[in-house]
Ligand binder design. Structure first.
Ligand code: SAM
Ligand code: SF4
Ligand code: SF4
Length: 365
């Protein structure tokens, strides 16, 4: 079997997306390409205890960015208020991210409040795992439903280079183990793959996690932000990773869990569980992109590659009513025409200077 393309492109002829399968829920707002909004990713902090070279490289990020002051962060009350408004227009999945979300003090309190919203079917968090072991139990008890842990390799030296820290791999693995022990199931393990950096270690990850119930997801290295100085030569196409893994551990394509799932899902033929591929560079999925992102300082971004967001914090703090904020949010989504990944190479060939884009650690993955 060959690697199956999961591309969901936007049709340029009709200006209609390939979003199909199911009617939008009644209150759902749709964008210019008829994409409904379903997911809200909330960045709770822009700081991180890692300096991953593909996200926040030590030598670069400071030139591009000053971390926010605490008073600039949305408070939990403000996050809850904004989330509630997003739920009114069709959001049913919420993911907490960062920076490193487990650095945000008292995060479990926010989770507890979010878990009370009936409209949220899926409450998840993405973490680098380094602080997970001591927090896993509290997160679970607060109502967090799902966890994604990022881990790019099992090799300490490569891990250290990629993450820019001295945290050993064992500390992240301990976090994953503890999370499983306290009841998190189907933990996703995100692996950003870079050619010549960690791609030769992916089979070790597969061997290690196969049969554990955790789901490895290989992510193509993306040109998010400016400070990683992305070039396509470091991208390993998912089709190539699939080929390498399938040669050793035969895989079978399985159906997406839901419409718009970003990963192509595969099962090991021998029953060893599931893995996935996220191929934003070689197989863009803009046609089914239903995600909005809320930055730590209260800006709404409608694309991972946006140059700028829309500030909600200022009106929020100036006393805007829920109706006024809701009208703003609806308007942002209705005007949304992002499809960066589909046009990536066209856009970059037209630009003399690189496009200014928001950094990944400001809005989360
Ligand atoms: N700090 C947390 C973590 O690393 O899991 C959450 C925030 S991090 C920005 C979210 C996800 O984005 C991680 O899985 C990370 O590996 C991924 N990521 C960061 N930069 C990336 C890039 N340039 N290309 C692809 N994925 C990237
Ligand atoms: Fe931190 Fe996550 Fe970015 Fe790495 S990918 S620097 S862990 S925010
Ligand atoms: Fe969504 Fe933007 Fe990524 Fe396309 S490029 S899938 S619109 S976040």
């Amino acid at each position: 079997m060959t690697f199956v393309r999961q591309t969901t492109r936007i049709s340029t002829n009709s200006q209609r997306s390939l979003v199909s399968g199911g009617n939008p829920r009644p209150k759902t707002v749709q964008d210019v390409f008829h994409r409904a909004i379903h997911d809200l990713r909330i960045s709770v902090i822009d700081r991180c205890n890692f300096r991953c070279t593909y996200c926040m490289p030590e030598e670069e990020y400071a030139r591009h960015y000053q971390f926010l002051k605490k008073e600039e962060w949305l408070s939990f009350g403000e996050i809850l208020r904004v989330t509630k408004l997003f739920l009114e227009i069709g959001v049913n999945k919420v993911r907490l991210t960062g920076g490193e979300p487990l650095l945000r003090p008292d995060l479990a309190e926010l989770i507890q409040e979010l878990s009370r919203f009936e409209q949220i079917d899926d409450l998840a968090l993405t973490t680098n795992g380094s602080l997970l072991a001591p927090q896993a139990k509290t997160l679970k008890a607060a109502g967090l439903q799902r966890l994604t842990v990022s881990l790019d390799t099992l090799h300490d030296e490569i891990f250290r280079k990629m993450s820019g820290t001295r945290v050993p791999v064992a500390q992240v693995l301990k976090g994953i183990e503890e999370a499983q022990r306290v009841g998190f199931q189907d933990i996703k393990i995100n692996v950003v793959v870079q050619k010549g950096i960690n791609d030769h270690t992916i089979l070790d990850l597969v061997r290690f996690f196969k049969g554990t119930g955790h789901i490895l997801r290989f992510i193509e290295y993306m040109d998010v932000g400016n400070c990683n100085h992305w070039t396509s030569e470091f991208v390993v196409p998912s089709s190539e990773l699939y080929r390498r893994i399938n040669e050793v551990f035969p895989l079978r394509l399985i159906k997406p869990n839901y419409h718009g799932e970003v990963a192509s899902r595969y099962q090991f033929e021998d029953g060893g569980g599931e893995i996935g591929f996220i191929s934003s560079v070689t197989q863009p999925f803009c046609g089914s992109c239903t995600r909005a992102r809320l930055s730590t300082d209260g800006k709404i971004y409608t694309c991972l590659f946006s140059g700028q967001g829309t500030d909600l914090r200022t009106p929020l703090r100036a006393g805007a009513s829920d109706q006024e904020l809701l009208a703003m949010i609806k308007d942002i989504w209705k005007k949304r025409d992002d499809r960066y990944s589909e046009n990536r190479f066209l856009l970059s060939s037209r630009q003399e200077k690189p496009l200014k884009k928001v950094e990944m650690f400001q809005i989360g993955g």
